[in-house]
Design a binder for this molecule. Structure first.
Ligand code: F6P
Length: 364
C-alpha cells in the first residue's frame, strides 16, 4: 500500500475538512492508497508518542459540511521556529526541521500534504528542499496568498461579516449612530473591502491604506448635515491611522505573532478626540468569522483542492501548491506560492475602484 500523510496548520478555516475528505475520497478510488492524518500540524509527528491516525471512511464521511479541522491545528508548531519554554517561563524558538525530516523519512510516507496558509507553505518549501515529497494546499480566511485567485474560507468569512454588518446597519439607523465593525485581516484588507461593498458601508479602513482621522470626521459630518444621520464603518484588525500604530496585544505565549484586535475601540477614541460629535458603538467580530459551516462556494473550492492535491501526489509532481487561477484548478511551485503576499493594491485592485465608485471612503 502507498501512504499519504495529511495535516492542517495555522489558524483554522472553514473548508479544511472538505479538503481532507476530497483527498481521502479520491485516494480511496485508487485501490493501493491509504491516507493518514497528523494531529495538530507537524506536532503529531514531532511529539513522542506520535499522534497519527488512519483517515478511514468512517472518520471522513460527511465532514465537508463541518467547520474547523478534524485533524486539529496550531499556530505554535512551526518546526523551523519551534517554541520551547525556558525555565524562566519565556520562550526560545529553535529549528526542529532536521528532526522532523528524519522522523518523516522513518515513517516512510510516499507523500505529505500540508494544508495551510503562507507560514505553512514556507514550511512545505523548506521540507521539500530537504527531500520530503510534499504538496501544499492554500488556506486562509484572509485571502492573502497571491499564487491563488482565492483561498477557501474567505467567502464564508465575508458572508459572516456581511450578515453581522447588515444587523448593525439597522441599529445604526434607528439610533443615528456611528457603528464601527472590526473584521479580521492582519496584513490584507480583503475581508473588510468585500464586506464594505456587500454591506454598503460609508467607510472602509484597511491595513494597506493608512487613514486620516480628520478626513473621516469630515465624512461623518456630511452624513449628519441635517442633524440626524448614521454611519457604518468596517475596519480590518490591522488598519492604522497615518500617524499611529495598530492595536496589538503582546504575542501569545509561544506564538510567533502578536495578537491583533481592538482597533475598533482605538478608532472610536480617535474620532471623538478629533471632534466627532455622533454617538459611536464598536463591535469586534473576532473568531466567529472563522467558525461554523463553510459556504457552498468554499465547500466546492476546498473539495476540488483536495482532489487536485491527490492528483499531484499520484503524478509524483511534488514541491507544488494547489491553486485556483483563471477559473481553473491548477498548481504552482512552492517557490512561487511563497514569493509575495496578496495585498489590496491601489493601482491594480479593481474592487478598490469599485468601492470608491460607490462612494466608500478609505480615509486616504
Ligand atoms: O490568519 C488568519 C487570522 O484570522 C488573522 O486575520 C488573525 O489575525 C489571526 O488569524 C488570529 O489568529 P488566532 O487568534 O487564532 O491566533
Amino acid at each position: 500500500m502507498k501512504r499519504i500523510l495529511v495535516l492542517t496548520g495555522g489558524g483554522d478555516c472553514p473548508g479544511l475538512n472538505a479538503v481532507i475528505r476530497g483527498i481521502c475520497k479520491s485516494a480511496r478510488r485508487e485501490k493501493d492508497w491509504e491516507v493518514y492524518g497528523s494531529i495538530e500540524a507537524f506536532n503529531g509527528v514531532l511529539n513522542e508518542p506520535q499522534e497519527i491516525i488512519h483517515l478511514n471512511s468512517k472518520r471522513t464521511a460527511g465532514i465537508h459540511i463541518k467547520g474547523g479541522t478534524i485533524l486539529k491545528t496550531t499556530n505554535k508548531g512551526n518546526p523551523i521556529k519551534f517554541p520551547v519554554q525556558q525555565p524562566d517561563g519565556s520562550f526560545k524558538f529553535i529549528d526542529r526541521s532536521d528532526e522532523l525530516v528524519t522522523k518523516l523519512k522513518k515513517l516512510n510516507f510516499d507523500a505529505v500534504i500540508n494544508i495551510g496558509g503562507d507560514g505553512s507553505q514556507k514550511i512545505s518549501k523548506v521540507l521539500f528542499e530537504k527531500g520530503i515529497p510534499i504538496i501544499g494546499v492554500p488556506k486562509t480566511i484572509d485571502n492573502d496568498l497571491s499564487a491563488t485567485d482565492m483561498t477557501f474560507g474567505f467567502q464564508t468569512a465575508v458572508q459572516i461579516a456581511t450578515d453581522s454588518f447588515d444587523k448593525l446597519v439597522t441599529t445604526a439607523e434607528s439610533h443615528h449612530r456611528v457603528m464601527i465593525m472590526e473584521v479580521m485581516g492582519r496584513d490584507a484588507g480583503w475581508i473588510a473591502l468585500h464586506t464594505a461593498i456587500a454591506g454598503g458601508a460609508e467607510i472602509c479602513l484597511i491595513p494597506e491604506i493608512p487613514y486620516d482621522v480628520n478626513k473621516l470626521v469630515k465624512r461623518i459630518d456630511l452624513r449628519y448635515k441635517k442633524g440626524r444621520g448614521f454611519v457604518n464603518i468596517v475596519i480590518s484588525e490591522g488598519a492604522k491611522a497615518k500617524e499611529g500604530t495598530v492595536t496589538a496585544s503582546a504575542g501569545e505565549r509561544g506564538s510567533e505573532h502578536v495578537r491583533l484586535g481592538g482597533v475598533a475601540y482605538q478608532l472610536s477614541k480617535q474620532l471623538k478626540d478629533a471632534g466627532c460629535k455622533a454617538e459611536i458603538r464598536e463591535t469586534v467580530l473576532g473568531h466567529v468569522q472563522r467558525g461554523g459551516t463553510p459556504s457552498a462556494f468554499d465547500r466546492v473550492l476546498a473539495s476540488a483542492f483536495g482532489v487536485k492535491a491527490f492528483e499531484l501526489v499520484a503524478e509524483k509532481d511534488f514541491g507544488r501548491m494547489v491553486a485556483l487561477r483563471n477559473n481553473t484548478i491548477t498548481s504552482v511551485t512552492l517557490e512561487e506560492a511563497t514569493k509575495e503576499p496578496n495585498f489590496v493594491k491601489s493601482e491594480t485592485t479593481y474592487l478598490l475602484k469599485a468601492a470608491k465608485g460607490l462612494g466608500i471612503s478609505f480615509g486616504d
